[in-house]
Design a protein around this ligand. Structure first.
Ligand code: PEP
Length: 254
């Protein structure tokens, strides 16, 4: 059975209290008119607009996710947000290990793993992001980097916990740069990830896990990416900030 395509929009540090609600509203209105295969959509706004966006989307089937989480449950961690807080405001998903957090904010594989564990224990569904830098691709280290990130990021998850996880392969050189991995380049890495998951968990679990592609996804490159056997959906940054583009991507993906 084919998996439902899953399209998630990461708004990063964009929008304000007015535009976040309007964007959510426009996406919900567009999705309600989108006919075709069944599909799943999530939006991932900045923390401070989560509640307003959850409220705006309450009558829709669009899920809301957070861009990050902290791995401790509560206490003296100024500025951090726990799984329970995200759950309390209506989040379903949470990004763990987005490349901007790994490379700008210094998140390590170990921190990503603790965030994934905290998310699952708190009843959230983590979207675990992996991907190589340009110099790593040039040095033919893509497989090695992605394998390390997957192995460390999912460390300690059993067969039951892994079913909560979605993986996003996002080559860092393709994020926000306008450069996209070709469908073949993306498929090669997705197949590698699927193979690794089959070795770490059972074959059925590996088949059922969703592996999203992210990196300068636009309406005109969606169909080629989604035609690949191991690409189950898309994590969209820049293009998710324009309702029309995001809706076109969803339409192309289903
Ligand atoms: C992202 O933020 O995860 C992303 C893929 O961004 P963009 O689509 O802008 O490359």
């Amino acid at each position: 059975m084919m998996k439902k395509p899953f399209v998630a929009g990461n708004w990063k540090m964009n929008t304000d209290s007015h535009t976040s609600v309007r964007l959510a509203d426009d996406i919900a209105a567009g999705c309600s008119q989108t006919a075709g295969r069944s599909f799943e959509v999530a939006v991932i706004p900045p923390f401070v607009y989560l509640q307003a966006v959850v409220r705006t989307l309450s009558a829709s089937s669009i899920a809301v996710g957070a861009q990050d989480i902290y791995f401790e449950q509560k206490g003296a961690f100024t500025g951090e947000i726990s799984a329970a807080m995200l759950k309390d405001v209506g989040c379903v998903y949470v990004l763990c290990g987005h490349s901007e957090r790994r490379h700008i904010l210094g998140e390590t594989d170990r921190m990503v793993n603790r965030k994934v564990q905290a998310a699952i224990s708190g009843g959230l569904l983590p979207i675990v992001c992996v991907g190589e830098l340009l110099e790593e691709r040039k040095a033919v280290q893509t497989d090695q980097v992605v394998k390390r990130q997957i192995k460390n990021g999912l460390d300690g998850l059993n067969d039951e916990k892994i079913s909560a996880v979605t993986i996003a392969y996002e080559p860092v050189w393709a994020i926000g740069t306008g450069l996209t991995a070709t469908p073949q380049q993306a498929q090669e890495v997705h197949a590698l990830i699927r193979q690794m998951l089959a070795e770490m968990y059972d074959n059925q679990a590996a088949k059922e896990m969703r592996i999203l592609y992210g990196g300068s996804v636009q309406p005109d490159n969606t169909a080629g990416l989604m035609a690949q056997q191991d690409i189950d959906g898309l994590l969209v940054g820049g293009a998710s900030l324009k309702a029309d583009d995001f809706l076109k991507i969803i339409q192309e993906a289903i």
